[in-house]
Design a protein around this ligand. Sequence first.
Ligand SMILES: Cc1cc2nc3c(=O)[nH]c(=O)nc-3n(C[C@H](O)[C@H](O)[C@H](O)COP(=O)(O)O)c2cc1C
Length: 422
Amino acid sequence: MLAYHAQTMHTYRSVRTKSHSIDWDHPPKQFKIYPETFTRIPLDKSNLEHRFFYLIGGITAQKSYPGVTYALRTNPSAGALYPTEIYVQIRDVVGFENGIYHLSPFETSLVLVYPFTEDEGIENFLHVKRISGYVFLFSTLYYRSSWKYKDRAFRYCLHDTGHMLGALEASCVLSQKRYRIVYDLDKKGLNTLLGFSQEEFFLSAAIVGEEDETFTCKAPTLQLPSVNGTGFFEANAPVEEVYDATCELVPKQQVAMPVFNVDQERFTQAIWKRRSIRDFTQKPISKEQFLEVMHFITQPIPSDCDVDIEMYAIINRVEGMEQGVWKEGVYLQSGDFAKKAGYLCLEQALGEESGVTFFLLGNDAQNYQAMVQKAGIIGHRLYLISTYLGFGCSGIGAYYDEEVMAFLQRDSMVLYALAIGY
Ligand SMILES: Cc1cc2nc3c(=O)[nH]c(=O)nc-3n(C[C@H](O)[C@H](O)[C@H](O)COP(=O)(O)O)c2cc1C
């Protein structure tokens, strides 16, 4: 197991004894805004190519509490803190100047941070030749999350970025675009290129375009200003250390594309309406719905580092299925484990009152960044298929790690939990 993962486990004792000093006076800013001098392309939702971008992290609702307003997005985020930022290189697409853009959800705009010449491009950092189309880059401003979650924040930054990759996948499904995820990129080189200091770093990329293998691009020479995306910043050594320690990976290609047989209009609505469920009515879902969910979330994810994820389903309320712990069509334990599932999710009712509570596990410490992001992509698929089928989902990043492992009798790392149901 990766030492960082072991060191950031929640235990019954740790959540009661660790004094969490959250600096309530300095909540991080939720948006990174480039100076006004940079050219903007406002995104027009009625333009299909603009809508493609809008659905990747765009704002779809507002929620206000005394003193704070959250801009809710197409992607969920642990604590609604939204650490993920998106940059995209655009080349040879009608209506866009070739260059590198920042996708700004606050301004509903693409901000041109660097227009480039014909032979320039970031392709070398991804070990590919010239791409016509889009190359997305996903970074994290980790203080937005470590402000609240301290050392465990790196996990949430990876989940959140996985969800953003899932949002990209869903937008590609609607636009009938092919995509592939790249984890094996020169992250440190890109961090320097984009002018990041220690608070922001790249985690992954996605190619949505065609490669011309006869043309090698040369790296652009950017001179970007450093833009403060969090306001206040406090370094977290364990987060920065684990990022450094896990940037390298062992490639494991997956070239198969997923097949999603969805009604386009209904799927569009699911993307716009997706929200985290707060309470379950405890009405059961049907066996057919459960099997449709499993079919949807187990479709291949094309990437250069496709790590195996073990998916355990605690069947609490599924009509036509007995209760128990289910994995790949087989019951590992039979019985009513609803209360246990709620307890394992740090005593959150969501885990107990769901139709099904999922635990995603993995044991590939060498590919930690790719593995936890993949758990986030699967989580995003779970949200969308649940919304599509008329019920709901919630991600659950807080659970008693070792107790989940003991319950499932597995030695793997517990990566993520999610609950679905009515
Ligand atoms: C990685 C992750 C972990 C989360 N953990 C929890 C959790 O433990 N409990 C909970 O009630 N919600 C959890 N959520 C849901 C977020 O609170 C929710 O996404 C956020 O408030 C934004 O709301 P929305 O999803 O309705 O847009 C989690 C979401 C993500 C992506």
